[in-house]
Write a protein that binds this ligand. Structure first.
Ligand code: ZN
Length: 462
């Protein structure tokens, strides 16, 4: 092979988008009313006002973005994919009653069902502009097969950037926990499986499509030993830690009765505050808790729809942001947020914050930041994703705002956050097309729907 042809082969494929509004969500919130963005390979090469530079080579696609807003791809910081096949149940329960109703059903999941559930969950996320997602899998029934492996396969096929967690529960009902004993694992076995998952899959590279996190489930379903052991393991292996914290008043009462302190103080006592930790919900934080989160850099996954669905309360997001706590958005498990769409959480986060804190509690741009850079920071990937800047990974969403729902709506960011769910013309993950004209590019949506229906039937013994 000649030097010339070798250079030609190595040249990155370019995608050029022009004539679009751009919200970069960089440190200065730079926006362009009509600009361009050039993707080369899996990176953003350049962006700015007006048309793309002349003379670009290897342009595989040139897209006219007239009437569109381009934003960073959204980042989902909390989910339970397996719950996609238990949606619509326990409709009118608070968290503990909802969990107690669903645990016995979850004890019957296996890898095949979780593959379908991950497909359904990721489809909803991608179709709503999400390019990176975590997943908190914490139910691993005996004989359930390779549940995490099945999820990872599903996400790779769909083309999504993934940060799965190896979750766990080891505090069953007979030892004072909430879940039935059939849903929990042995402490040492859970830690060994977590270590194995990290060794098998975790890729720390800059453009990693797969990073693994250690994630014991919650103060009321895991032992102190598992929390301590998972923290030691994660720090030894250089991966992040995730759990639920301060979600409901019932959890607060559980912690005070069992440990003599609130959930944040308890988690701190077992080594669970730090910049390598993020927690879901954090609805019931007092001022001292918020100070501790800020001082340690502990992140928060804010899940407004789920918090409303189980009536957990309204998280103090404006106070967390004012204190400097990293906050991202999460859809949470699909059994407490049946839509599973992250795009909708931009709007819900803003509306719910204002119900608590008034009309200035959260702006449309703060909401977009929560769903992009906020999430990237929470997952420890703020240098790679979360904003549109040269050199960062090409994860971006191109929203159509000149259709019947949005035409004439002042301010494209307001149109995206306050308006109807915007149609997604294009979604790129790592520079590759994964959604085009609102539909998944790489997997047949009807086949996913059939897989999900079949998994639900099997779960119910059909
Ligand atoms: Zn959750």
């Amino acid at each position: 092979m000649s030097v010339e042809s070798s250079a030609h082969t190595a040249a990155p494929r370019r995608v050029v988008i022009e004539n679009c509004a751009i919200a970069t969500v960089d440190a200065r919130d730079t926006e362009y009313t009509s600009g361009h963005l050039v993707v080369a390979g899996n990176r953003i090469e350049s962006l700015g006002s007006g048309p793309a530079p002349a003379g670009l080579e290897h342009v595989a696609r040139r897209i006219d973005g007239t009437g569109h807003l381009v934003t960073p791809g959204l980042v989902n910081t909390h989910h339970h994919f397996y719950q996609w096949i238990t949606r619509g149940l326990a409709q009118d329960r608070n968290l503990f009653d909802w969990l107690v109703t669903l645990y016995p059903l979850w004890a019957g999941i296996d890898d095949e069902m979780c593959y379908a559930a991950a497909q359904g969950s990721a489809a909803a996320l991608l179709r709503s502009g999400c390019t990176t997602s975590t997943d908190h899998a914490y139910v691993f029934p005996k004989g359930g097969g390779d549940i995490l492996g099945a999820e990872i396969r599903a996400l790779a096929e769909l083309g999504m950037r993934f940060q799965p967690t190896r979750g766990s529960m080891d505090l069953g009902e007979s030892h004072g926990g909430l879940p039935p004993d059939t849903c929990v694992e042995d402490t040492d076995a859970a830690l060994a499986a977590t270590a194995e998952a990290i060794d098998r899959w975790h890729d720390p590279s800059f453009d990693s499509m797969l990073r693994v996190t250690a994630a014991p489930c919650s103060p009321f379903s895991v032992t102190r030993e598992l929390l301590r052991g998972a923290a030691e393991l994660a720090r030894a292996k250089g991966v992040r830690l995730h759990t639920h914290g301060a979600e409901t008043v019932e959890e607060e009462a559980f912690c005070r009765e069992k440990f003599g302190m609130g959930p944040t103080d308890y988690l701190e006592s077992v080594g669970w505050l730090g910049e390598d930790v993020w927690m879901a919900h954090c609805v019931h934080l007092n001022d001292s808790d918020i100070t501790k989160f800020a001082a340690t850099g502990t992140g928060v996954a804010h899940c407004p729809s789920s918090n409303a669905r189980v009536a957990a309360g309204i998280a103090r997001v404006p106070d967390l942001l004012a204190a400097g706590v990293p906050v991202g958005l999460g859809v949470d498990g699909a059994a407490s947020n049946e839509s599973g769409e992250l795009g909708a959480e931009l709007r819900n986060a803003l509306l719910i914050a204002r119900l608590r804190g008034g009309p200035a509690a959260l702006t449309v741009r703060q909401s977009l930041r929560l769903g992009t850079m906020g999430g990237a920071k929470v997952l420890g990937r703020e240098h790679e994703i979360g904003s549109l800047e040269p050199g960062k990974l090409a994860d971006l969403a191109m929203w159509r705002l000149d259709g019947v729902s949005h035409a004439g709506l002042a301010d494209p960011v307001a149109a995206l956050v306050l308006g109807a769910a915007a149609p997604l013309t294009l979604l790129l993950v790592n520079g590759r097309e994964v959604v085009e004209q609102g539909a998944l590019s790489r997997v047949d949506e009807e086949e996913i729907a059939r897989n999900v229906t079949r998994a639900v039937t099997r779960l119910h013994g059909g």
